[in-house]
Write a protein that binds this ligand. Structure first.
Ligand SMILES: [Mg+2]
Length: 232
């Protein structure tokens, strides 16, 4: 085996494959409207501001955001309002979960070319798998490394080294693709992976200083194909 040849591509999920914020915003908006319909005595803008403040505080993957919001507002759980929020959120999430343009075609083309594919996500395992399976892309990936698999989040080396161990590859045989310079790109570079920065998905306070860890920057996921053809 030629050690320097790229064998595998490791993908972040949220904001790299999946347009996570579109999904999140649509789902929260639907939940607010449903809560107002169920009797919530707050204007839309106030509810919106309070819910996003909870996400800022608890993290964007918080699974109890509506429980917290209702408890903070009423001092107790109002189950009619809570159930209305959860149902509307789930329905909207289903409808608004989308891949970025050219993701499916790019994964297919990479597989055809013989590259092995894996996912490294900081999302909870259940959420990561729900997203992959809902979008029907789960079979492309030989390994799916989530937070529960290592107990560490990127940029900690463990998620990256676990993916390499699972694929039985050296770091310089794989490329990490992600939208978060500090977590995905700097973390990957520090364990010796090649790196592609998915700038199209960027919504993080990345600094110019961290750009040096990106070997390549892309505005569309399909650019990966020509980068691999021309550089490796
Ligand atoms: Mg991401």
């Amino acid at each position: 085996m030629n050690r320097s040849k790229i064998q595998a591509l490791l993908f972040d999920i949220d904001n790299t494959l999946v347009d996570f914020m579109v999904m999140k915003r649509s789902s929260v908006d639907a939940a607010i409207i449903a809560m107002m319909d169920a009797g919530l005595d707050l204007p839309y803008a106030d509810a919106h501001q309070r819910i996003w403040a909870i996400y800022d505080r608890e993290g964007i993957e918080d699974q109890e955001v509506f429980d917290r919001f209702i408890l903070e507002h009423y001092g107790r759980l109002e189950y009619k309002i809570l159930a209305s929020a959860i149902i509307a959120y789930r329905r909207a999430r289903e409808a608004s979960l989308v891949l970025y343009p050219h993701v499916r075609a790019t994964l297919l083309e990479l597989s055809r070319k013989g590259y092995r594919l894996a996912v490294i996500s900081d999302a909870p395992a259940k959420q990561a798998w729900l997203r992959l399976c809902a979008l029907g892309i789960q079979h492309y990936f030989e390994a799916v490394i989530t937070y529960e698999d290592t107990g560490e989040r990127k940029p900690h080396p463990l998620p990256f080294t676990r993916a390499l161990e699972t694929l039985n590859l050296f770091a310089d045989q794989a490329v990490m693709i992600g939208d978060w310079l500090e977590r995905d790109i700097k973390g990957a570079k520090e364990v010796g992976l090649h790196t592609i920065y998915a700038h199209y998905g960027c919504c993080h306070p990345d600094t110019d200083n961290e750009k040096k860890y990106a070997d390549f920057t892309i505005e569309d996921i399909s650019e990966i194909i020509s980068i691999l053809d021309q550089n490796f």
